[in-house]
Design a protein around this ligand. Structure first.
Ligand SMILES: *Cc1c(COP(=O)(O)O)cnc(C)c1O
Length: 366
């Protein structure tokens, strides 16, 4: 008996390369795009270890938990790290980045998370890229939570290392990811004696064994099912149109925000300025006196399918995440989340107005 998931013909190098090209088109980039055989943490870590070392002074911008992780990797590489931490309910500004360069002109590397699904904020990448470029710093960007939800333009913004994954707004698989690499970034890696080589983390291996050889022979067995899923996911985005996919996410964020405010009961958007709220997911502040994790547990008891989660780690007490991304970027999902939250809040003796919340959400859907 043959099996759809098991008995597939081998994936050819040409097929693999064509999927890379499609991802490059999605990013609008002329840089090399390397598809990495693992979850996005693989290229995120690989790109830092390849380009940072004891001679690097890195400006690490922290707007959520991923920025904290990048700082740990950078320090582990021997880099001197200047952390620029902003409160998680805001975005960083280009002015803050400019000030950091004024104070530390030796900065040669900037790491930034575009949008943070974990905190719900989104950062002004274009303006920060301009500052980084003006100072000749290498610019590393985690666009895992922004790709598909809002524009990601590595070439226009001067991003040297742009990491994406398909599992959020693209509505695709989590087991493969990609990074676009500029010529400057390749040169930095080649000059770094500590850049991983002959390692699962190595981007240089892929350059030498795959790209430089004209992408004719795959260095490893491809993660075939994930590659096919990635191809299907990009095909679907192309068919609907990337702009349509992004506008669905923008509408979902606007609807979730408006709905939460109209629900009342003390529920508030976590990210204070709407312009700094990420289209990928909406974070909410649990009403005073309640624990976000308990409200989420109640909401999930009412509707186990609602894509709700409490904030991670220390944020579990105060933050509720509405993960309206990928297949969840629909009016129905936003309504379901508001309904489940309204039920949970009523159950916790809070006064809410669910009809007003649903009406506000529908109205805000653009
Ligand atoms: C989701 C996400 C990732 C991927 O990591 P997971 O822990 O597997 O979800 C990386 N960076 C950011 C900013 C993300 O939101």
């Amino acid at each position: 008996m043959t099996h759809l998931l098991l008995d597939l013909p081998p994936m050819s190098a040409a097929h693999f390369a064509s999927i890379e090209d499609r991802v490059a088109r999605l990013l609008g980039t002329r840089q090399d795009v390397v598809i990495t055989q693992g979850e996005a943490l693989l290229p995120l870590e690989g790109a830092i270890r390849a380009t940072a070392g004891p001679g690097t002074t890195a400006l690490n911008i922290i707007t959520g938990p991923y920025g904290q992780t990048f700082g740990d990797w950078l320090r582990d590489c021997g880099a001197t790290v200047i952390d620029l931490t902003v409160p998680f309910h805001t975005a960083v500004t280009a002015g803050q980045v400019r000030d950091a360069f004024a104070e530390h002109p030796e900065i040669g590397f900037v790491s930034l998370v575009h949008a943070e699904a974990a905190t719900g904020n989104t950062n002004p990448v274009a303006e920060i890229g301009e500052v980084a470029r003006a100072h000749g710093a290498l610019f590393y960007l985690d666009a895992v939570a922004s790709i598909g939800a809002e524009p990601v333009l590595p070439d226009t913004w001067g991003v040297d290392l742009c990491v994406i994954g398909a599992q959020k707004a693209m509505g695709g698989p989590a087991g493969v990811s990609a990074v676009s690499v500029s010529e400057r970034a390749w040169a930095r890696m080649a000059a770094n004696p500590r850049a991983p080589r002959r390692s699962y983390l190595s981007l240089l291996d892929w350059k030498e064994r795959w790209i430089d050889g004209g992408r004719t022979a795959l260095p490893h067995a491809p993660a075939q099912l994930e590659m096919l899923a990635l191809e299907a996911c990009v095909e679907r985005i192309e068919a609907v149109g990337l702009d349509t996919v992004m506008s669905r996410h923008a509408s979902a964020a606007a609807a979730a925000r408006a709905g939460a405010l109209a629900l009342g009961g003390g529920l508030e958007p976590y990210v204070r300025a709407a312009a700094e709220a990420a289209p990928v997911a909406t974070t909410l502040r649990a009403p005073g006196g309640t624990a976000a994790s308990e409200l989420v547990a109640r909401a999930l008891a009412a509707d186990p399918a609602a894509p709700l989660a409490a904030g991670g780690g220390a944020l579990a007490g105060e933050m509720i995440r509405v993960n309206h991304y990928g297949p969840g970027s629909t009016p129905g999902t936003v309504r379901a989340c508001l309904t489940a939250l309204g039920t949970a809040m009523s159950g916790a003796d809070l006064t809410v107005n669910l009809p007003a919340a649903l009406e506000a959400a529908d109205k805000a859907w653009r």
